[in-house]
Design a protein around this ligand. Structure first.
Ligand code: FPP
Length: 260
């Protein structure tokens, strides 16, 4: 999709930002409030993040809203989160559409209620033509699930005789994981102080720059996001090459395996 604006962004700005929104529960607990109050505050921080992306010209934002593992949380918290998602879908979609945002959901959609699935389908179809910002919500999502579903889809093609096992390579598997039509995330941000990827976009994050903050998700503001962007702009991304090659002082050898 060379003509898709998701493939371009102002210099030094990530084209695609991926975020783990962690710390809602602790934010509420520190205030002696139920965890759900933290998730509600977290929903407001989602808007801060979307506004920031729109202002800075970031073309794709992928938010980890609910992991495959989050289903195992206490029933009361899962139920309240589902209500929050449903309300957010009912409240925000029209405004996001007006602002040129394309909404997509990645993850195991079959695990959600009919009401939520219908709202997800509606949000996706209403905003399908928008290109100013690709907003991807990872919900009931796991990176291992994503790779497994890509492998299953290739296996189905092999079983049906459409594909030979020898044709399976990184490019082909990469074309079957979620968000294959977008550039992979340039920058990953995790709030909440933990230094891990927690089964987020495992395939897609292979060469992503990682940035962590102690700040809890509901405390997120544009200043913090700008600090992350400034840090990103100062990094040299080498993708396995030497610094001299990246700077253009030394040639890049052809990789015979992949150059055909
Ligand atoms: C992690 O914090 C956060 C979640 C599991 C839920 C994320 C949901 C939101 C930000 C709100 C709504 C989102 C959308 C897209 C409308 P945690 O509960 O693990 O926090 P803790 O580590 O402090 O316990």
């Amino acid at each position: 999709m060379a003509s898709d604006p998701a493939n371009t962004a102002p210099a030094g700005i990530p084209r695609h930002l991926a975020v783990i929104m962690d710390g809602n529960g602790r934010w509420a607990e520190r205030r002696r409030r139920p965890r759900m109050i933290g998730h509600r505050a977290g929903a407001r921080a989602v808007n801060v993040c979307i506004d920031f992306c729109l202002e800075r010209g970031i073309r794709a934002l992928t938010l980890f809203a609910f992991s495959s593992e989050n289903w195992a949380r206490p029933e009361e918290e899962v139920g309240a989160l589902m209500k929050l998602f449903l309300n957010a879908l009912e409240r925000e979609v029209e405004e996001l559409h007006r602002r040129g945002v394309r909404i997509r959901f990645i993850g195991e959609r079959a695990r959600f209620s009919d009401a939520i699935r219908q709202r997800m389908d509606h949000a996706e179809s209403v905003t399908a033509g928008n290109r100013r910002l690709h907003l991807n919500i990872a919900a009931s999502y796991g990176g291992r699930w994503d790779i497994a579903q890509a492998a299953r889809s290739l296996a189905e093609d092999v079983a049906a005789g459409r594909l030979a096992p020898a044709d399976i390579d990184e490019r082909l598997l990469g074309s079957r994981v979620a968000l294959a039509d977008l550039p992979p995330p340039d920058l990953f941000i995790r709030t909440g102080g933990d230094l891990r990827i927690s089964n987020f976009l495992l395939w897609q994050l292979a060469y992503t720059e990682l940035w962590f903050t102690e700040l809890l998700w509901p405390e997120l503001d544009a200043t913090t996001l700008q600090v992350a962007l400034d840090d990103y702009a100062g990094r040299q991304r080498r993708f396995g090459l030497t610094g001299a090659q990246v700077a253009g002082r030394e040639p890049v050898a052809q990789d015979n395996e992949n150059s055909a």
